[in-house]
Design a protein around this ligand. Structure first.
Ligand code: DP6
Length: 363
């Protein structure tokens, strides 16, 4: 399936000299989860996420014209200055998927230099922020040849490309809330790219906090890519996709009114449904750890005793994202430090909050 709208055909044949571009892209945390897709990276249901702020990837793309033409993708990837050959297959696959939309990528040799603000192997996925930053860098190169591209087309195509790298990356371009996947109640939503959530957002959600508890920093035993595939013949798949669709509809008035009790109900339900799908896949698997459950129980007890609007969500892993409004920050921070940190590896957690999206960095 080729999307003609996104094919870049330069109107003149000037080629670029060498140069470099840099983007910093945030991570995101889904409230309604994407779990299940068809080719090419088309989600089975719409998802929505908070864009984060402190957890981000910075990528510099150095481009040099090839001395002799070739049809191969020539690139080297570096993480914190060290070459990472194990990243190459994912990027090679990404380049294959996007070549039709950015035909110039075979004209250059690239050096991709990337660094994450969060610790290595923290169990925080860097694919969303990483694929977003790389896509934005590639769009900056397109823009040099195509300076008249509008800001909105630039952003839309960056999200479109990022999606082809990793689905959730489509939601790591803008902020504070991004929807990816077509939903009849959300105007402009698309399976092809993420959009800034277009409807009213109560002020409480524009300053929301997300503290990420690092429960297990090891490599997951089942990747998201495999998890998504297992949804294709999952016995509960259709019910799950319907549930996500319904949760998205229910979230619209909640986001407008700032109804925190209803927000908590949907967000926790989504997290547990995601993990329920994993536990009932064939083969089945569990990504939560005993401490994930200890944390959930503690959050529920603290919510009851304190009246704070604190809740949890989960990614495809054991780490817990603790979500809470700014007004509860003092009490929740104390609770995390005193109680929840004890369930984390080396007592490590990352304090983050809702952010406004990716930034271009002057090279
Ligand atoms: C559980 O975006 O990592 O975090 O498209 O195969 O790269 P690929 O999957 P990925 O899946 C993310 C799944 C999730 C839920 C979500 O972020 O919506």
């Amino acid at each position: 399936m080729i999307e003609k709208k996104f094919i870049f055909e330069p109107s003149h044949s000037d080629s670029l000299t060498e140069g470099s571009v840099t983007w910093q892209s945030p991570s995101n945390i889904a409230l309604v989860k994407y779990w299940g897709k068809t080719d090419p990276q088309i989600p089975k249901n719409a998802s929505i996420s908070f864009t984060l702020s402190n957890c981000h990837t910075t990528t510099t793309l150095i481009y040099t014209p090839k001395s002799a033409p070739s049809k191969s993708f020539d690139f080297n990837v570096f993480l914190d200055g060290i070459e990472k050959q194990d990243f190459a297959p994912k990027i090679e696959e990404f380049f294959k998927r996007i070549e039709i939309y950015l035909p110039f990528i075979t004209d250059y040799t690239f050096e991709i230099h990337t660094e994450n603000s969060f610790p290595h192997s923290s169990g925080i996925a860097s694919s969303a922020s990483g694929m977003s930053a790389l896509s934005l860098c590639l769009m900056s190169i397109q823009k040099i040849v195509d300076p008249n591209i509008s800001e909105s087309d630039f952003i839309e195509k960056a999200s479109f490309l990022a999606r082809l790298g990793s689905g959730s990356a489509a939601r790591s371009i803008e902020g504070p809330l991004v929807v990816w996947g077509e939903h009849s109640n959300i105007f402009g939503s698309s399976d092809l790219f993420g959009i800034k959530y277009p409807d009213a957002i109560h002020q409480v959600f524009t300053t929301f906090n997300d503290t990420i508890l690092l429960v297990d920093k090891g490599v997951k035993q089942v990747s998201s890519t495999i998890g998504h595939k297992l949804m294709l013949d999952h016995p509960f798949a259709q019910a799950r996709f319907d549930q996500a669709k319904d949760n998205m509809s229910r979230l619209i008035p909640i986001l407008e009114k700032g109804d925190l009790d209803a927000f908590i109900d949907i967000v926790e339900k989504e997290a547990l449904s995601l993990h329920a799908m994993m536990m009932t896949s064939d083969p089945y698997f569990i990504l939560m750890k005993p401490n994930t459950l200890e944390i959930i129980e503690s959050i529920w007890a603290f919510r009851k005793s304190s009246g704070c609007h604190i809740c949890f969500t989960l990614d495809a892993g054991a780490n817990v994202h603790v979500l809470f409004p700014e007004r509860d920050k003092k009490r929740v921070d104390e609770f995390i430090k005193e109680e929840l940190a004890g369930y984390c590896q080396n007592k490590q957690f990352i304090s983050d909050h809702v952010g406004s999206g990716a930034k271009s960095v002057a090279s």
